[in-house]
Each structure stands twice: as C-alpha cells, then as structure tokens.
Design a protein around this ligand. Structure first.
Ligand code: FAD
Length: 241
C-alpha cells in the first residue's frame, strides 16, 4: 500500500456554491491522482506550530496536480470557516491522500447507480457524476439529493443541465419552492422508490451525508429490498482533533 504523505496545496481559485459553502481549487504538486468518492485530509498549521486536520471529499475527477473540495461553513468550527471565508488565492494548506478504497465508483463499471446525498454529502457523489460524464460512461445514474431548501443546492446549475442517463430529484426538508407537490420533510420510502431504481435492477447505491441521514437512507434502501452489499455509505461526522 502506498504511504500517504503531506503535500503543500495552494489555493488557485474558488467559487461560492451557496451562502455558506465554497468550492476551493487547489494546486498540489506531486498529487498522485484519485478515484471518484475518495477524500483527503487537510491540515492547517498556525504560526505557533499548533496544527489540526479534517477530512474533505474530492469534488471532481482526477485532474493532474489540481484538486477541488467543497466545504460547508460549520459555525464556530475550527477548520471550515478558514477554508470557506478566510483562505485567499496564494495561501497554502497541507493535503494528504487520496484516502478510501470502498466508497468509490470506477468509470468502467456499467451497472446502474443510485446516489443518495444529504446536504454536503453531495460532494463525493458529484465527483462520480462528473467522472461518468468525462469518461462518456453509459452507466445509468439516479441522484436523490436531500437538502434544507432550494437555496442550499451545491452545483445547482450543473445538476439542472441535461446530462443524458442522469436523473436528478431534489427533496427539501425545510423550505419547498412554490407549487412543489412534495411537502417539506425528511427522506422517506417514497422518495427512494420514485427517485431511485427498483431493487431488481441491482444498482450500486452510494449514500453520503450527516450520520443520521446516512443511517435513515440506508435503512430505507434495505426496506426497498436492496442488497446490503450493494449499499455503500460515507458518514460526514465530525473529524480531526
Ligand atoms: C470522510 C469525510 C469526508 C468529509 N467531506 C466533507 C466535505 O466534502 N465537505 C464538508 O463541508 N465537510 C466534509 N466533512 C466534514 C469535515 O471533515 C469537518 O467535520 C467539518 O468541516 C467541520 O470541521 P470544523 O473544524 O469546521 O468544525 P469542528 O471544530 O470540528 O467542530 C465544531 C462543532 O461543529 C460540530 N461538527 C463538526 N463537524 C460537523 C459536521 N460534519 N456536521 C455537524 N456538526 C459538526 C462539532 O461537533 C463541534 O460541535 C467530511 C467528513 C468525513 C468524515
């Protein structure tokens, strides 16, 4: 197994995704490449030598020495406010990775795929969507994306653009757009029955988001008859320390 080393990562650009999240484009000389679904550890070191690290998913396919992360600002958090608000082009952090070998999708896989995202859990799933598009894969994808309200969607324009073979359904837990037929509420059986694949299609299911969301969604998939070995989960609980 390759030993993971810390590498310098310089911010070369950033894009706001929502009022509270931004995508960071970092240049990481020596980056070995990665697979869709993997994450990195990001380490910040203060002038007095104190350092702390957190995990962040890679938001796009391998792209030479560039990587993209999308970070949600956790109020009073130690690391995310720096990444979302303070870090400027030219500033550096350290990155270690790629990490994770189970929660990954490879473009040569042609099976149907069901992606289930809760909030910032969309990030590694977006890497899978982008990898599929870039590779010209014909694997049929469905995404069920649960978020608080329409303003909270990451990658909103990209997800609304036609992408043949990708079906996207949004569901809102707190605020719904005018005229929406589904009332606000947490993910339910019907959301996955309608927005996902029948279990008989044996899709590979990738579920990512806050721990409670992931557990609820994975349980619903089991109720719908999906085989446990086809359900892969990634929990965005607190990390680091
Ligand atoms: C594999 C993995 C991938 C991840 N990928 C992403 C990603 O792509 N984008 C992203 O924004 N985050 C991601 N996270 C979460 C991220 O690692 C941090 O936990 C998050 O950014 C908060 O760090 P912080 O230093 O700002 O807050 P901290 O200083 O660690 O915590 C501040 C307070 O917020 C609470 N808290 C911390 N993290 C969370 C959380 N995730 N949800 C709810 N409460 C929390 C803490 O318990 C504490 O009370 C991922 C986590 C994992 C395990």
């Amino acid at each position: 197994m390759r030993r993971l080393v810390w590498r310098a990562a310089e911010l070369v650009g950033s894009t706001p995704e929502t009022a509270t999240a931004r995508t960071l484009r970092l240049r990481v000389p020596g980056w070995p490449g990665h697979l869709a679904g993997q994450h990195v550890d990001v380490r910040l070191t203060a002038e007095d030598g104190y350092s702390t690290q957190r995990s962040y998913s890679l938001a796009g396919p391998a792209d030479g020495e560039y990587v993209e992360l999308t970070v949600e600002d956790v109020p009073d958090g130690e690391v995310s406010p720096y990444l979302t608000e303070i870090m400027e082009a030219g500033d550096q952090v350290e990155i270690r990775g790629p990490v994770g070998g189970w929660f990954v999708w490879r473009a040569e896989n042609e099976r149907p795929v069901l992606l289930v995202a809760g909030g910032s859990g969309i990030v590694p799933l977006m890497a899978m969507i982008r990898t599929r598009r870039q590779a010209g894969s014909r694997a049929p994808f469905r995404l069920v994306y649960s978020l608080r309200g329409p303003d909270g969607a990451y990658y909103a324009d990209e997800l609304r653009r036609p992408d043949p073979g990708l079906d996207v359904s949004f569901l809102y837990t707190r605020t719904v757009p005018e005229g929406a037929s589904r009332p606000a509420g947490r993910i339910m059986l019907a959301d996955l029955a309608e927005g996902g694949w029948p279990a008989g299609h044996a899709p590979d299911c990738f579920v990512c988001g806050p721990t409670g969301f992931v557990e609820a969604a994975a349980d619903l998939l089991l109720v719908l008859g999906h085989a446990p070995e086809r359900i892969r989960t990634e929990r965005f609980g607190p990390t680091g320390g």
